[in-house]
Design a protein around this ligand. Sequence first.
Ligand code: AMP
Ligand code: GLY
Length: 420
Amino acid sequence: MKVMVVGGGGREHAIIKKLRENSEIDTIYALPGNGGIARDAVCVGIAATDLDAIVDFAVKNHIDYAVVAPDDPLVLGCVDRLEEQGIPCFGPNKNAAVIEGSKVFSKNLMKKYSIPTARFEVFSNASDALEYLKTAPIPTVIKADGLALGKGVIIAFSREEANAAVLSIMRDKKFGRSGDKIVIEEYLTGPEVSVLSFTDGHTVVPMISSQDHKRAKDNDEGLNTGGMGTVAPNPYYTKEVADECMEKIFLPTIRAMREEGRPFKGCLYFGLMITEDGPKVIEYNCRFGDPEAQVVLPLLESDLFTVMRSVTEERLSQVDVRFKDASAACVILASEGYPLSYEKGFEITIPEEILENTYVAGASLDGDVLRTSGGRVLGVTAVRDTLEEAVSAAYRMCEDIHFENKYCRSDIGRRALEAK
Ligand code: AMP
Ligand code: GLY
């Protein structure tokens, strides 16, 4: 079989490595992939948002199955376009991907179906938002409605910051049309947990829980990034919390999407905060998290391709989805200076014996030489019996990987270990 994976980061590398375990698959194409993914898939120079070129490639190459991994092509309707050509896909269609594509949609959905989340107001012009902020409780959280490369959420610790956020999103159009509407919501506190789930629109199967580390520097300081490391499972996600999430969040969300005529099929990511009043939804994503996939998928014991096809064919309830009774840690090696400015083009050396543990995000091939080409360069994942062992093993491997300007946080997993 020929399988195509749309996307080109560490998450896609993790998906591709896992798919390779299935012997029915002969060839995996990555669109566009990257220099590191090229070891595991045939990379095709088509951007993940170029839907015409993606569909054209899939038809001409008789692709049997497609996995659409990133948010933008999903929100643009990549799955709809491929399905029109009779190509089965893993990923939600455009109608369902709106759960991530519009925060106004997702907040209204949660309100309508009584799914626990932060209290909120929606605004479609700056003056109403500024008027509301005169008396809103501070800190407050301002969110652009649409996709904003993970930068559309601003936590304001003063009224001035809140006003400035509104003006930059709504007046200066910092995120373009994504900021035509905004959500202003209650600031919540508590440990955060990411729960990715498989769902075919009827059944929902949560994967092992995980924890992201979004800030660039140790102790959760510095700027927000695409994620500097992850661990799984997340110790704050106890059996009790998991049961409550299933009853009050996961099942109601799947049911709500069906009732709205937008059945969700694919990976639904629940970004949760465990508050004193119980778990609440911070955000939904319509896809695997990055770098959550780099710890969750290595712990998946079942065959990923089998599970994905059961989602597409709406028979997930008949499939066994099992995770290893172990822990995983992923440390991201980035270019010094990320997420602002950084140099790239440096040679990367990775010892052969740890290639299997690396998930490449930002590197390109220059002949046979792998060179840095992005802020987040690669993730290194270790799976061990305990989280402590996984974290130290991941850091040991990081020491054996070399490139100029290499930077990583030194405290991935520390909070999780302290929570135990
Ligand atoms: P996002 O870009 O949607 O992933 O959000 C970025 C981060 O903002 C989340 O991981 C949370 O840490 C934080 N955040 C979002 N909403 C809230 C909220 N209502 N209260 C506190 N923190 C929040
Ligand atoms: N790691 C957070 C995300 O994928 O959105």
